[in-house]
Design a protein around this ligand. Structure first.
Ligand code: ATP
Ligand code: MG
Length: 180
C-alpha cells in the first residue's frame, strides 16, 4: 500500500487545482521557505480526517481554505483527494485503488467520500485504522513532535503503542459501548 497521488484545490496556498503523483518509497518535497511544503503534509493529515486546527498549523478549521492573496480572491471551499494503491489489500476494502476525499466549505463542516461515494468521517477513520494509519494521526510526525514522544508519560506512550498495534480502535469501541 502506498499513497499514489494527492490532489489539492483551494487548500491553503494551493488555490489552483494541483496534482502530485507519488511513487512507492520515499518522497522528498523541496522548495524555498513558504512555498507550501508543509501545506502538502497538512493536506495529507486533513484528508485522513484530522480534526485539530492546531495540528494543521491554523487557528480555526476554516484556515485550511485558500484565504486569498493580493492578486487573487479568497475561495469558498477546500478539497483534497488522496489516492492509495491497495493492490496488496492492506486496506479492508475490495478495490485495488482507493480514493479518499474531503471537502470543506467556509460556512460549514466537512464532507468525506471513499471512491466517490459520500461517507462519514468515521468510515474514513475505520478504513484507515487497520492499516497503521490511525485516527490519532501519528503517521504524520510534525516538527517538534518527536520531543513530545520522548517527554510522554507512560500512559501516553501506551496509547501510541496501542495505536500502532491496532488495538486502539477496539478500546474506543469498548469505551463507547460501556457508555451506552
Ligand atoms: P518552510 O520551508 O519555511 O517550512 P514551507 O514550504 O513548509 O516553508 P508552508 O508552511 O507549507 O511553507 O506554506 C506557508 C505559506 O502558505 C505561507 O505563505 C502562507 O501564507 C500560505 N498559506 C497558509 N494558509 C493559507 C491559506 N489559507 N490561504 C492562502 N495561503 C495560505
Ligand atoms: Mg515547512
Amino acid at each position: 500500500m502506498y499513497v499514489k497521488s494527492l490532489s489539492l484545490k483551494g487548500f491553503k496556498s494551493f488555490a489552483s487545482a494541483t496534482h502530485l503523483s507519488l511513487e512507492p518509497g520515499i518522497t522528498c518535497i523541496v522548495g524555498p521557505n513558504g512555498s507550501g511544503k508543509s501545506n502538502v503534509v497538512d493536506a495529507l493529515a486533513w484528508v485522513m480526517g484530522e480534526q485539530g486546527a492546531k495540528s494543521l498549523r491554523g487557528g480555526k478549521m476554516e484556515d485550511v481554505i485558500f484565504a486569498g492573496t493580493a492578486g487573487r480572491a479568497p475561495l469558498g471551499r477546500a478539497e483534497v483527494t488522496m489516492t492509495i494503491d491497495n493492490t496488496d489489500g492492506a486496506l479492508p476494502i475490495d478495490y485495488t485503488e482507493v480514493t479518499i476525499s474531503r471537502t470543506m466549505f467556509r460556512n460549514g463542516g466537512s464532507e468525506y467520500a471513499i471512491n466517490g461515494t459520500s461517507c462519514r468521517l468515521l468510515d474514513v477513520q475505520e478504513l484507515l485504522s487497520d492499516s497503521g494509519i490511525g485516527r490519532e494521526m501519528h503517521v504524520v510526525v510534525g516538527q517538534g513532535q518527536l520531543d513530545t514522544v520522548l517527554r510522554a508519560t507512560p500512559e501516553e506512550r501506551r496509547g501510541l503503542i496501542e495505536e500502532a498495534a491496532g488495538v486502539l480502535k477496539h478500546r474506543k469501541r469498548k469505551e463507547k459501548a460501556l457508555r451506552k
